[in-house]
Design a protein. Structure first.
Length: 385
């Protein structure tokens, strides 16, 4: 086995010169679903495995990427049963999901990569204190040890370099959270130094030489999309680091420059919410900096901008749900052919209502200094707090 299921579906589709939309139409699913499969953020329903095999002219063994189909279908069912009842804001549902994944791994399928990756990712989310309501508290220690086991197992048994790098990334977070900094640094040094050493950048190089420029456009738009995710995450953390060092002017400039860059790229579009909303988006981080600079009016301006942004996101979600075409795309030529745009769209459409998250942030104690401000009270009313 040399590929994940998603990589196999993507390769077979491209070999047959099919678009995601064409494959989706044949299977009777949305193109968002196909995109999610290909990026290993979701799995086809069991009922889709045979049709996929027929479309591509291969066996179901090929689609499932192993010699025996039954164990993998069973493992997929374990995954589905574990994850289908998770509910935003309800820790117990995520603890239950982790335990179901653990039962599958410690019982029947100790090396199943679908279950290993799911348990590793979910386990990490549960053991990071900064994740707020999702932090497992008294259970975090045991979950951390289980997560380490599963993550190291991925490194040992996965043939996929992407799987292995993702696993090592989780170990960096895991060891850092536990204060095991030497181990975290050891894992960090196993990563490439340059951020352009990516699959999409290299595929684009190959297709330039083939003169297949349509593929080059798709690959480079996708690479830029990933790069923007990386930049936004780095910006959020860089500004926080300047703030911790009490270098407030530089912290504010980091976020201001970032917003100017995003506006230049997207113009009148609603930018994708790349940075994890639960760990702090850049609007609220900038408002916090302004408060520390004793600039309450600018802090309020930024909080209001955060609400306007959320309103645009909600409007976008409504338009996509109401659209018979079933999807909207980037208009910027830097991003309009990105293959991961669909994945972000799926996450946006399937995520809980952003107002819940926004209310949590607006009422965070770091903004207590604004409680008596009339504009702040208006914002609370606007958010129905």
């Amino acid at each position: 086995m040399n590929e994940t299921m998603g990589q196999i579906i993507r390769r077979l589709r491209r070999e047959r010169r099919m678009t995601q939309e064409e494959l989706a139409e044949i299977l009777g699913v949305t193109f968002q679903a196909v995109s999610k499969w290909e990026n290993d953020t979701g799995m086809p329903d069991i009922s889709q495995v045979v049709p996929l095999a027929h479309v591509f002219g291969v066996t179901t063994d090929t689609i499932l990427c192993v010699g025996e189909t039954e164990p993998n279908v069973d493992a997929m069912q374990i995954y589905t049963n574990a994850m289908q009842n998770t509910r935003y804001g309800v820790l117990e549902t995520y603890l239950s999901a982790f335990n179901k994944l653990k039962e599958g791994l410690d019982g029947k399928y100790p090396t199943n990569l679908l279950l290993l990756n799911a348990a590793s990712g979910l386990g990490l989310s549960l053991v990071l204190p900064e994740n707020g309501w999702m932090y497992a508290g008294k259970d975090a220690g045991q979950i951390s040890r289980d997560t380490e086991r599963y993550t190291n197992r991925i490194i040992s048994c996965s043939p996929s370099p992407s799987d292995i790098l993702s696993a090592r990334q989780r170990l960096v977070y895991l060891y850092s959270a536990r204060g095991e900094f030497d181990r975290a640094e050891s894992e960090a040094y196993k990563f490439p130094v340059r951020s352009d050493l990516t699959l999409e950048a290299n595929l684009a190089r190959v297709n330039e030489q083939r003169s297949e420029y349509g593929k080059v456009i798709t690959e480079l738009c996708t690479d830029i999309d990933y790069t923007l995710q990386h930049i936004e995450d780095d910006v959020a953390r860089l500004g926080q680091a300047y703030m911790k060092e009490n270098r407030l002017e530089e912290a504010a400039q980091v976020y201001e420059i970032f917003f100017n860059m995003i506006k230049a790229i997207y113009r009148d579009e609603c930018p994708w919410p790349y940075h994890d909303f639960d760990s702090g988006d850049c609007y609220f981080l900038l408002a916090e900096v302004y408060l520390k600079q004793n600039k309450p009016e600018r802090a309020l301006d930024t909080l209001e901008e955060a609400i306007r942004y959320a309103e645009r996101v909600e409007q976008y979600r409504k338009e996509v749900h109401d659209s018979a075409a079933g999807g909207m795309f980037h208009r910027s030529p830097l991003l309009q052919e990105s293959e991961i745009a669909h994945d972000v769209e799926i996450a946006l459409l399937n995520s809980p209502n952003s107002w819940d998250k926004l209310r949590d942030k607006l009422t965070d104690p770091r903004f207590d200094a604004l409680k008596d401000e009339e504009r702040y009270q208006y914002l609370l009313t606007r958010m129905k707090v």
